[in-house]
Design a binder for this molecule. Structure first.
Ligand code: SF4
Length: 259
């Protein structure tokens, strides 16, 4: 088990090298395979680069394994909303033991969450779309934004196959007016590609996948789906399909976390 050390964040962010920005803008990275793209990102951005891993999707664990092989000191973080299932916490500890890795755990602002539940109750997300989005914003989107403000790049497990809103995902994108690189090494991977890597490299994944959960988020907002059903249908199932995003991958500030 690694010793837990405080997360050291760079006090001042310097601007990203213009040559790197040019590589991204001109699409020069789009032809790279996942390990090659990660090698490029680590070489140019580490330690101001971190993998965003929810520990609830196999993609994040595949990337963690790949990045660890390239650079054992590569960084990974998880947003702990305070409502994750026990299986996810167990997996975080399993990964810490297996790779000897510090997983940077990012928490929401306690005061904001406290005020929210005082006003709306513990289970406000079931009451309306607005309240569900408020909960996602305070527990996920804001902490993610705060964490990313200290980095030059982040890696996500987004794949084009994951739905209409993700069809245009590129291998490398610019966010925050060009101040942040978003690296999506699995953009062109299929579901089969992901699970093949998991099997071949014996990657540890969330045990709830074996119980019918294709994707594991917060406990009160995730359920198992029937075989063949849309994998996203187990998330916020009481809402219309077109609102089922937590806000991490939508809007102007695309500060995705692979969740
Ligand atoms: Fe809140 Fe549910 Fe969003 Fe988690 S997924 S932050 S519990 S609304």
């Amino acid at each position: 088990m690694p010793a837990s050390a405080p997360i050291e964040l760079r006090p001042e962010r310097k601007s990203i090298d213009s040559g790197l920005l040019d590589d991204v803008r001109r699409g020069r990275l789009e032809g790279l395979g996942a390990p090659e793209l990660l090698t490029w990102a680590i070489k140019n951005l580490h330690p101001r680069l971190a993998l965003s891993c929810s520990f609830g999707n196999p993609e994040g664990l595949v990337l963690l394994d790949m990045m660890h092989r390239i650079e054992p000191a590569s960084r990974v973080y998880v947003l702990d909303t305070g409502r994750l299932p026990q299986a996810t916490y167990d997996l975080i500890d399993r990964v810490r033991d297996r790779y000897g890795k510090d997983v940077e755990v990012v928490f929401p602002e306690a005061r904001a969450v406290s005020a929210m539940v005082r006003e709306h109750g513990m289970n406000l997300f079931y009451e309306s779309l607005e309240k569900r989005q408020l909960c996602c914003r305070l527990r996920k989107v804001e902490p993610n934004r705060r964490y990313l403000a200290e980095l030059d790049g982040h890696v996500t497990g987004l794949r084009r196959e994951q739905g209409v809103t993700r069809r245009e995902v590129r291998k490398a994108e610019l966010e925050s007016d060009g101040r942040l690189l978003k690296i999506n090494p699995l953009a062109d991977w299929s579901d089969d590609d992901v699970w093949r890597y998991v099997r071949e490299h014996d990657v540890a994944v969330n045990r709830l996948h074996a119980e019918g959960y294709p994707s594991v988020g917060c406990a009160p907002c995730t359920r198992a789906v029937a075989p063949g059903d849309d994998p996203r249908s187990g998330r916020w199932w009481w809402e219309n399909a077109d609102t089922r995003e937590c806000g991490l991958h939508v809007g102007e500030e695309k500060d995705g976390s692979g969740i």
